[in-house]
Each structure stands twice: as structure tokens, then as C-alpha cells.
Design a protein around this ligand. Structure first.
Ligand SMILES: NC(=O)C1=CN([C@@H]2O[C@H](COP(=O)(O)OP(=O)(O)OC[C@H]3O[C@@H](n4cnc5c(N)ncnc54)[C@H](OP(=O)(O)O)[C@@H]3O)[C@@H](O)[C@H]2O)C=CC1
Ligand SMILES: O=C(O)[C@@H]1CCC=N1
Length: 281
């Protein structure tokens, strides 16, 4: 990997193309527009008419139903399609994306498959999560060897408005990232649902329970982020001897909640591997 590129800071892509214009593409597009990119510099291929209308209404972007010659202008192509359709979409767009740097957010699909389908080694994979929509995402990035330092910067720049990024150097770990932080918001929402349900069953209104649960999650997560202490230490500070928290933690330990969560995340990792096997080359 060389750092000998031009001293000037990296410039934004002249045109960025998105293949797939759903949830993840929208999060990234919102960030690019916030960075000052013009809607005319963003091409989107999106077969769903409803999604195309949404992109026009939300961002002023006219998406195309099929890949066309407009893609040739893109020097960065973002692949935001489901793993199941990636291969087909790649083979369709390949003749139009020669020379571009490629960034995939698809779960499981390995960069070797992508490189083979697109006929280029200039492939980066990202695993973002949905808080990217509000600039609070957590993404991991992995680049194939042929991707140079300037191209890595380009990807970092694209991802920057979505939140934090972290490079990893062993691609298989992206499946762990997918299981932990890619799917992770769903685990948090699952806990929020259960906490809200508990609140209403104890007599609080839905609104009160939701507000208390969300405020607690947000505050505790921020405390964990800012604190030098590990989560178990922070937890012990909440847990008075013979008190209420102790009763709750004992109950969760007895029910195997922590172990169940670990197994669940391992199941997600396994599914990411399977997606790579089933839908990769
Ligand atoms: N959602 C999440 O939390 C995360 C998702 N990801 C990854 O991001 C990728 C996209 O997920 P997400 O945005 O949630 O999915 P969405 O379903 O919201 O978006 C994918 C879009 O791609 C469209 N599409 C289907 N076939 C093609 C094609 N051949 N060419 C162009 N577009 C096509 C779909 O249309 P239609 O609906 O008509 O099929 C759909 O609108 C996935 O690979 C997923 O693994 C990664 C991290 C987190
Ligand atoms: O559920 C999925 O497969 C995608 C990948 C990570 C989050 N959503």
C-alpha cells in the first residue's frame, strides 16, 4: 500500500453511481448531499418504481430502472443491492463501469467474487449500519490489495458523514462485523421493544415506557463510550447489593439472556458466511 500520492487532499468523486437505491444507498446519498455534492453528480440504478419516486422526492435524484450509459461517468460505484442479486446486477453493469473504484455494502459477498464479476481488483467492502441515516453509524471497511491510499481516502470521505469507520485487514472478520454492528441495531431495538413491553405491563403508558427505555439506552451507551471503565464495572455501579438491579440481572442470568445473545450473534455470522457461499462465485 503506497502513501506516495499527490499531496493535495482527496477530491470527491466527480460522479458516484449507486447500484440499488434502498435503505443503505439512501443513507450514503444523504451524506454525500450534505457534503455539498450536487444531485446531478449522483447516478442511481434502482428497478423499484416506489424506491425511484422516493429518491426523487427525498433527494431530487432521478434514478434509472436499468444500467445505462450514464454509469460511464462514475469513477466510484457503490453496490447497495441484496447479496442474492449482486452477481446478476454486476454482470449487467460491468461493461459500463470499467475503470471505476467499487464499494460494496452487501453482507457476506466476498471481494474475490466481486472482483471476478466486475473484472477489476479495485474493490472495497464496507459494512455499515442503519444509524448511518442520522450520521451515527458504525462501519468497518476492507480493501483489496490493489486499492491504493488515495482510493481508501475516497471511500473514507464517502463514509464520513455516516458516522465512524474502522479499517479491518482480514476480510473474514467482516462476517463478524456484520453480525455484531451491521445487524446490531436490530438487537438494540429488540431490547427496546421488550423494555417498553415491560413498562406498559407495569402500568406506564406506551409513550412513557418508550421514552424511558430509549433515553436509558442512549444515555448508557454514551456513558460506556465516554468512560474508561469496562461495561461490567459500569453495570456493577448500578447494581446495589440486595437491590432491584441485582434482582433483574439474576433473573436474566438464570434465563441465559447473555449466552443467548452470544449465540444469536454467532448465528448471524454463520448466515453471513452462507450468503458468501450461496451467492458468491
Ligand atoms: N439494511 C441494513 O441494515 C444493512 C444492509 N446492508 C447491506 O446493504 C445491501 C442493501 O440493503 P438495503 O439497502 O437494506 O436493501 P433494500 O432492499 O432497501 O435496497 C436494495 C435495493 O436494490 C434494488 N435492486 C434489486 N435488484 C437490483 C438490480 N439488479 N440493480 C439495482 N438495484 C436492484 C431493490 O429493488 P427491489 O426491492 O425491487 O428488489 C432495492 O430497492 C444489502 O446487501 C445488505 O446486506 C449492510 C449493512 C446494513
Ligand atoms: O440482515 C441483513 O442481512 C443485513 C446485513 C446487516 C444488516 N442487515
Amino acid at each position: 500500500m503506497s502513501d506516495t500520492a499527490a499531496p493535495a487532499p482527496p477530491t470527491p468523486a466527480s460522479t458516484v453511481a449507486f447500484i440499488g437505491g434502498g435503505n443503505m444507498a439512501s443513507a450514503l446519498i444523504g451524506g454525500l448531499l450534505a457534503q455539498g455534492m450536487a444531485p446531478a453528480q449522483i447516478e442511481v440504478v434502482e428497478p423499484s418504481e416506489a424506491a425511484r419516486s422516493g429518491l426523487l422526492a427525498q433527494f431530487g435524484i432521478t434514478a434509472q430502472a436499468l444500467p445505462g450509459p450514464e454509469l460511464r461517468a462514475a469513477d466510484l460505484v457503490v453496490w447497495a443491492v441484496k447479496p442474492q442479486v449482486f452477481r446478476e446486477a454486476a454482470l449487467q453493469a460491468r461493461p459500463l463501469t470499467n475503470g471505476a473504484l467499487h464499494l460494496s455494502v452487501a453482507a457476506g459477498i466476498r471481494s474475490s467474487s466481486i472482483a471476478q464479476w466486475l473484472g477489476t481488483e479495485r474493490v472495497v467492502r464496507a459494512m455499515p449500519n442503519t444509524p448511518a441515516l442520522i450520521g451515527r453509524g458504525m462501519s468497518a471497511l476492507f480493501a483489496r490489495k490493489a486499492v491504493d491510499a488515495l482510493e481508501r481516502k475516497r471511500v473514507e470521505q464517502l463514509m464520513a458523514p455516516t458516522g465512524e469507520t474502522l479499517w479491518i485487514h482480514e476480510e473474514p472478520l467482516l462476517d463478524a462485523v456484520t453480525a455484531l454492528s451491521g445487524s446490531g441495531p436490530a438487537y438494540v431495538f429488540y431490547f427496546l421493544e421488550a423494555m417498553t413491553r415491560a413498562g406498559t405491563s407495569m402500568g406506564l403508558s406506551e409513550t412513557q415506557a418508550h421514552r424511558l427505555a430509549v433515553g436509558t439506552f442512549a444515555g448508557a451507551a454514551e456513558l460506556a463510550r465516554q468512560s474508561d471503565d469496562a461495561p461490567d464495572v459500569l453495570r456493577q455501579r448500578v447494581t446495589s447489593k440486595g437491590g432491584t438491579t441485582h434482582a433483574a440481572i439474576e433473573s436474566m442470568e438464570h434465563a441465559g439472556v447473555g449466552d443467548a445473545l452470544v449465540h444469536a450473534i454467532e448465528a448471524a455470522q454463520q448466515r453471513a458466511r452462507e450468503l458468501g457461499d450461496e451467492f458468491g462465485t
